[in-house]
Ligand binder design. Structure first.
Ligand code: 26Q
Length: 794
């Protein structure tokens, strides 16, 4: 291996050494991969495919070493050669093919499926550019392309022989066949070649290696290149090629905000069609009878982004497999299951009829027919309620409502936390719940405890193993046993030492990477997630400014505090970018104020992503989960913090509610409006943000600072949009309404932290309760209730 690059070990760079080590590991994995695939095929094992436009995978080398059980041996071996494993691990670029929660969930699910020995695979797009890299320049976010494939991707295998054709545009011609049934011909279409790149997904200390298949768009050479080349139209030929390659060029950086972009629609159909074609092709290797398709195959769609799987499977069954409508519909609706991740109307996908019809004429015809039949059923059910039918139709207001298509075409519809699933039934999809109550279910999200604890927090992992034995690694709910150690002074002091050492490590890292001086003895209070109005980073910042005012007044604010914030804003989301600027200005005024020294620090960390996240959670004391109740479907960082012993300050929203149940209410700090109160305030319409501001001198002080621009170059304008969102636009997310109880919650934090034993017990009980939030549990429930998958053993 040392010779892999024709260099000696001494001459090689860390990148070379990373590639050499990773290649060695890949060979080890490949053997098991081939065995798994053969075994699945031979035994005709039922397969699950997780369709997702996003897989936020992060790095692989360390996980793969850990899962093969050779991480420590490898680290030692390298040390003897004078090399550090960590510096090789750091060479691997993050696979950042996702925006945030939804994409990371898909990655954790792949990890759990393989580790539990379940035959489940991923299907998505091999974006050439992942989520942009964030730079902070003068306090503003600047986006840079994420060229993650610059060096070869060691973990992928291109499978040219498994390429399939995806057809765009053109026309549909119909003819009656000999039996008098219409048959459809798609003509004059633009063919796009979909080439799969497979990545092995290794299970923890097992033999199962599943597959993540990511599709890349390529031009079909013969079709236009030669034709136009021979006519001398070189430039046309080349630009056509770019238009095709653009499909898998870049991940859309918007989360939770629907935008009507034709290219995004192309991406969706591209991978859905390619994925389904390849599943059908593989199925036919073993089975001749497509009638049993739904017995062998299950497809989970991650939000509505892959919802075109419904009409595409119908198309394949009808046009290519010669099924009649009823039978095709029966198979389709026994194959597809849908997960919803949001209740916010602005995130619901609605594609204009015109663009669908133009881009995917045959698919549009099928959607139209699904809609026609669905509406006919509704008329039978509700003959006297036409407005209900208008409301529920799949096509309405000139758009295709993808959530409606998904609910009608799927046999299962699940939310991602208990309260979210209830809201789907009672509000967002209530009409559908009335006719399909049996489809609706909850699957509370989870996180891979392997990546987010074993891999990223070895100190805590070791402490847990030494305290309750290693069995919890296989069965994370056994972490419960930690709750019997709340009076054990040794365990508590070791716990606080592990946290302290993690904080020191992180402080050193932050000083090297960003030049920040963090004090590891201060409270590390952390909010890391995409920047979004409903997540209320603004509430956090208003509180920090309030503490700043108190320090300036010479008040004692309790134990020293470090507020850490990180996250990316969608490039077109002006408000969120302004919040980033505000965070950086708050950070700056505090840093330049001598009175804040040793008392108050605030930093905004650049370029939040998986690698950075893995450093932050182990070093956190306080977890900020402060969304407006009802808005955060689940949250998953809340679980990562909990598992690493941070105490939550949060609203009763999403999975926070279940976290509070598991950790015990006395071990969490909750505040703010409840879901019911929020819904009632919206209904009632009498909320006046200005009244709250008028009555609260603390907020008035903070607003004065904001209106003065906090010393920026544009004092009057810099934060006027933020100020106006709270006043002129009446504070849609109840930031001002919840301010008072948030401040009270933060005062509790200070009080509790001042008592290290009390804090240690809270931290321990959070860890003890976190096992249920392992994605292994989540996946076991999906496998049992929805997928009907058996565990696979060699
Ligand atoms: C849709 C159309 C056009 C462009 C972009 C999009 C788009 C992209 C990404 C819409 C939504 C997303 C991502 C949503 C997301 O991450 N939701 C989060 O999912 C997590 C996993 O279930 C939950 O924990 C979070 O609460 C939820 O916000």
């Amino acid at each position: 291996m040392a010779n892999m690059f024709g260099k000696t070990l001494a001459e090689s760079s860390d990148t070379d050494r990373y590639a050499a080590l990773a290649s060695l590991i890949r060979e080890e994995i490949n053997a098991r991969w081939v065995d798994t695939n053969n075994a699945y095929l031979q035994r005709g094992t039922r397969q699950l495919y997780y369709f997702s436009l996003e897989f936020l995978l992060g790095q692989f080398l360390e996980s793969n070493l850990l899962y093969l059980g050779v991480r420590d041996v490898c680290a030692q071996g390298l040390e003897e050669l004078g090399l550090s494993l960590q510096s090789l691990i750091d060479m691997e670029p993050d696979a950042g093919l996702g925006n945030g929660g939804l994409g990371r969930l898909a990655a954790c699910f792949l990890d759990s499926m393989a580790s539990l020995g379940l035959p489940g695979h991923g299907c998505g797009i091999r974006y050439k550019y992942g989520l942009f890299a964030q730079k902070i320049v003068d306090g503003y976010q600047v986006e840079l392309p994420d060229n993650w494939l610059r060096e070869a991707n060691i973990w992928e295998v291109r499978k040219s022989d498994k390429a399939v054709m995806v057809k765009f545009g053109g026309h549909v011609r119909s003819e009656l066949n000999a039996q008098g049934r219409p048959v459809f011909f798609h003509e004059d279409y633009l063919p796009v070649m979909a080439v799969p790149y497979d990545m092995p997904i290794l299970g923890y200390k097992g033999n199962v290696v599943n597959t993540l298949r990511l599709w890349s768009a390529e031009a079909v050479e013969e079709v236009f290149d030669f034709a136009s080349f021979s006519r001398g139209e070189h430039v046309n030929a080349v630009s056509n090629r770019y238009a095709i390659e653009a499909i898998s060029e870049v991940l859309y950086p918007d989360d939770s905000n629907y935008q009507n972009r034709q290219l995004r629609l192309k991406q969706q159909y591209f991978f859905v069609s390619a994925g389904l074609q390849s599943i059908v092709r593989r199925y036919k290797k073993k089975e001749s009878d497509m009638h049993k398709f739904a017995d062998q195959i299950c497809i989970q769609i991650n939000d509505t982004h892959p919802a075109l799987a419904v009409p595409e499977l119908m198309r394949i069954l009808i046009d290519e497999e010669n099924f009649g409508w009823e039978e095709a519909w029966d198979i389709t609706t026994r194959t597809i299951a849908y997960t919803n991740h949001t209740i916010m109307p602005e995130a619901l996908e609605r594609w204009p009829v015109e663009s669908l019809r133009e881009l995917l004429p045959r698919i549009y015809m099928i959607i139209d027919e699904i809609n026609r039949r669905f509406c006919a059923e509704l008329i039978q059910l509700y003959p006297r309620d036409p407005s209900r039918i208008v409301r529920m139709a799949i096509i309405g207001d000139g758009t295709v409502r993808m959530a409606h298509l998904a609910v009608v075409g799927a046999f299962s519809v699940n939310g991602v936390a208990a309260v979210h699933s209830e809201l789907l039934k009672s509000v967002v999809l209530h009409d559908f719940y009335e006719i399909y109550p049996a489809k609706f279910n909850n699957k509370t999200n989870g996180i891979s405890h392997r990546r987010w604890l074993l891999e990223s927090n070895p100190r805590l992992t070791q402490l847990i193993c030494e305290t309750i034995g290693p069995q919890w690694i296989r069965e994370p709910v056994l972490m419960e046993h930690l709750s019997t150690f709340t009076k054990d002074a040794t365990v508590l002091s070791r716990l606080s030492r592990a946290k302290r050492e993690n904080k020191i490590d992180f402080s050193n890292f932050a000083s090297r990477r960003f030049g920040f001086a963090l004090d590891p003895s201060s409270i590390f209070d952390v909010q890391v997630k995409r920047i979004h109005a409903y997540k209320r980073q603004l509430l956090n910042l208003l509180h920090v400014l309030h503490l700043y005012c108190r320090v300036m007044d010479g008040e004692d604010i309790g134990p020293p505090r470090t507020f850490i914030m990180a996250g990316k804003a969608a490039p077109s989301y002006y408000y969120a970018k302004n919040v980033i600027k505000l965070a950086n200005e708050v950070s700056r005024i505090i840093a330049s104020e001598p009175r804040c020294r040793d008392k108050l620090t605030m930093v905004f960390l650049e370029n939040y992503g998986i690698a950075l996240a893995q450093m932050i959670f182990p070093a956190s004391d306080v977890s900020e989960q402060i969304s407006t109740a009802s808005k955060e479907a689940s949250g998953t960082s809340n679980m990562k913090f909990m598992m690493n012993g941070a105490v939550t300050i949060g609203t009763l929203d999403g999975a926070n509610i279940e976290i509070v149940e598991k950790a015990g209410a006395e071990n969490c700090i909750t505040f703010g409006l409840t879901v019911e109160e929020v819904l009632e305030l919206y209904r009632d319409g009498r909320y006046r943000a200005q009244d709250i501001l008028d009555a609260d001198p603390r907020l008035q002080r903070v607003f004065e600072l904001l209106r003065g621009g906090l010393g920026t170059n544009m004092p009057a304008q810099e934060f006027s949009n933020i100020v106006r969102s709270l006043t002129d636009y009446n504070d849609e997310y109840f930031v001002l309404k919840d301010f008072d109880s948030y401040v009270a919650g933060q005062e509790r934090v200070a009080e509790l932290y001042a008592d290290p034993v009390k804090w240690g017990v809270m931290s321990l009980l959070n860890i003890a309760g976190s096992g249920t939030f392992s994605s292994d549990n989540t996946i076991s429930q999906y496998a049992k209730d929805i997928w009907k998958l058996d565990h696979f053993r060699f």
